[in-house]
Design a protein around this ligand. Structure first.
Ligand code: NAD
Length: 467
């Protein structure tokens, strides 16, 4: 299949090409068009030109466009899912889930509307808060959920009246390009565009004076660069960054029930989820039982090509990340006890068997840093105050989970964790109407919910004396 960029309503070639590798085979999958700076400038200018008319359309007309887009995507759902598995690696059922959620997100946002709020109303005065769109939005995404993370930016930005340029990670551009191809015959020119780069156009977008908002999801170090480049023009931004989410198992938890859910939370999408469980704390007298249960689940996992029937864990998405995760395992081998995994998996792809590590010190790299792979440290604790301090003892603050037989007690413990989201007895529940975002160095701003839509708008107070 030929892939093209969507710039100013036209499907065009890049000035160069980029080889996209299938992580399950380590072999080239496709050539993607790669944009240069001039094409990025053309796209920004087109987005700016398209903005006034799109903003003036109003919610009802924009809604119709988004509904048409959602329907067209749904008709190509299986193409999207197969392409997603091939470029990203996740098992096909998880890819179908991501595509289904992406279609649902567009349909959901199509129905939403930000309405003015009356702050004061009397005979003598009326004070109203209105919201108007910002202009050109750059939606910069990582490689773990390339389609869903794009749509979760694009749909709320478009419905509130902004125009959007989508820029995927260089290793997963294909589903973004397919979305652009579909949007080309539905949305007016310049309203949505796609640019593929080799990590070189993102900085141009985030520093550009004609880009009004950067909605960035990616690593904390790159997020800091985006923040720095936004300073010059005081542009608006949303930063969804890395995490090191703890799972805290309370002493009343039923290990047999909790273990599979912790295992899934740590290994879904091969652990490449910002909100994945990245470290586990268990009461000392439950540590053996939990490690045994997790090791058993790890042994039962089927690691392989996501297109193959029965695969439960696909490859790591790219070679650099694969080597990084192997490095975490080698360091952990020297400092703790591997109770599952840790050995290479046969095949040319970037496969890593789910690996469970215990007896690590708190300052081990696998405990302190974000591994972003299916490698899970399990740590013992003796006292609740002590473990909450350890859970909070990180610069990250994206998510966390608390596992208990007593939900009320779980809520009380959750209320002491410094994090953007804390789940009790569930995980990765992210309804579109509930905002999420990071505390500390896990991010600034919110996505989803009304707050996430408001992030794409400027509040304006209209303050009138009536008499
Ligand atoms: P990354 O930071 O390397 O890249 C993310 C995107 O930024 C890519 O599109 C990249 O091309 C672009 N980019 C690179 N340099 C840039 C610059 N100077 N200016 C602007 N854009 C630039 O992240 P990654 O390795 O692709 O993704 C993994 C990370 O993403 C993990 O840390 C993970 O936790 C995080 N993540 C966070 C969330 C969240 O919602 N908080 C969700 C998913 C992933």
């Amino acid at each position: 299949m030929e892939y093209a960029l969507l710039i100013d309503g036209q499907l065009v070639a890049g000035t160069q090409t980029l080889e996209v590798v299938n992580p399950a085979t380590g072999k080239p999958l496709a050539l993607a068009p790669r944009a240069d700076e001039a094409q990025a400038e053309t796209a920004i200018a087109a987005a700016r030109r398209a903005f006034p008319a799109w903003a003036a359309l109003g919610y009802a007309k924009r809604r119709a466009y988004l509904e048409t887009l959602a329907t067209a995507m749904e008709q190509r759902a299986e193409d999207f899912a197969r392409l997603l598995t091939q470029e990203q690696g996740k098992p096909i059922e998880q890819a179908r889930g991501e595509v289904g959620a992406s279609v649902a997100a567009i349909a959901y946002y199509a129905e939403q509307e930000l309405t003015p709020r009356t702050l004061r109303e009397s005979e003598g005065e009326r004070i109203i808060e209105q919201r108007y769109p910002l202009g050109v939005v750059a939606a910069i995404t990582p490689w773990n959920y390339p389609l869903l993370l794009l749509v979760l930016k694009m749909a709320p930005a478009l419905i509130t009246g902004n125009t959007v340029i989508g820029k995927p990670a260089p290793t997963t551009p294909l589903t973004t390009l397919l979305l652009g191809e579909i949007a080309a015959s539905i949305l007016p020119a310049g309203v949505f565009q796609t640019l593929v780069d080799q990590n070189d156009v993102g900085a141009l977008l985030s520093g550009h004076p004609d880009v009004a908002h950067v909605s960035f999801t990616g690593s904390t170090p790159t997020g800091k660069k985006v923040l720095a480049s936004a300073a010059d023009t005081l542009k608006r931004f949303t930063l969804e960054l890395g995490g090191n989410d703890a799972a805290l198992v309370l002493d009343d938890a039923d290990i047999a029930q909790v273990a599979p859910r912790i295992f899934a939370g740590a290994t879904t999408n091969s652990g490449q989820i910002c909100l994945a469980i990245k470290r586990v704390y268990a009461p000392r007298d439950k540590l053996d039982a939990l490690c045994d249960a997790l090791a058993k689940l790890a042994g039962e996992a089927v690691v392989g090509d996501g297109l193959e029937q029965g695969t439960t864990i696909g490859p790591i998405q790219n070679r650099a990340q694969y080597e990084k995760v192997l490095g975490f395992i080698e360091e952990a081998r020297g400092q703790g006890t591997l109770v599952a995994g840790g050995e290479p998996v046969a095949g040319e792809g970037y496969f890593i068997a789910p690996t469970i590590v215990r007896d690590l010190p708190d300052d081990a790299r696998l405990v302190r840093e974000e591994q972003f792979g299916p490698v899970l440290p399990v740590l013992a604790y003796d006292d609740l105050d002590e473990v909450i301090a350890r859970v909070n003892g990180t610069d990250y603050g994206l998510g966390a989970t608390v596992w208990t037989s007593d939900a009320e007690r779980g809520i009380a413990v959750a209320s002491r964790i410094e994090s953007g989201t804390v789940w009790v007895n569930r995980h990765l529940d992210l309804p579109f109407d509930v905002p999420f975002g990071g505390a500390k160095q896990s991010g600034i701003g919110r996505q989803q919910g009304i707050e996430g839509m408001e992030d794409f708008t400027q509040p304006r107070i209209v303050n009138a004396a009536l008499s």
